[in-house]
Ligand binder design. Sequence first.
Ligand code: PAF
Length: 281
Amino acid sequence: MKVVKTVKEVRDYVNSWKKEGLTVGLVPTMGYLHEGHGSLITKAKEGNDRVVVSIFVNPMQFGPTEDLESYPRDLAKDSKYCEELGADLIFNPEPSEMYADGFCSYVNMDVLTEELCGLSRPVHFKGVCTVVNKLFNIVKPDRAYFGEKDAQQLAIIKRMVIDLNMDLEIIGCPIVREEDGLAKSSRNTYLSAEERKAALILSKSIMAGKKMAEDGERDATKIVAEMKKLIESEPLAKIDYVKIVDSLTMQQVAKIEKPILCAIAVYIGKTRLIDNFSFSL
Ligand code: PAF
């Protein structure tokens, strides 16, 4: 497995694979890989002849008060993990390789980006759409893999691919959880021992909300109210949002009548964590 830093090197590898008629899967990441990313790489291995993992902490998707500088990074550990899982190439560019002097072209999406995380992270999805679009143009994958933990991101990328006629398949992969239920996230590393315990309130409320929907509750406001009550019982937790939205449009619904996403964002101390469940009738 090779680690390359430039767009040209990626293109040289991918072009040689394509000449041989091989298919390419891309797993876009910001590094500090965990089993959630591992499941994407494994899935990409199963579905493609070659797998590229991009590791790039994308400055464009962080707001001015967010954790760009402190975001955890460990390329040596990530490389070892990718090698073990059988990835073929890591693309680990510097910001200057992705955003050359004079950069001023962006991918912007309305509607889906205006709810949930888009409200508290106004620049986030413009940065995500732009970088993911660039990665697709650089790697030209047949398939790209994203985690369902970032459910809004996944819906947005699927929409972008349809709207902009991109010629690849987007594959969503299930949330991977710790044994006690906490969804795996690179940001879990920020939690103190006490906060780590408190963070379980996210998955507990997700389980409680899911059970209500599965037991037949169709009033979204009742489910949200119960989930909020549960989260508020944890003194270290501060709710950013708990919402039930249409799975495709990310717009809030009052009644569950078609496939929905129930998404939450909760601060545990200073760390903002997300979780979700999907439900179809
Ligand atoms: O989900 C992430 O890690 C990032 O948002 C992504 C898709 C790699 C874009 O930077």
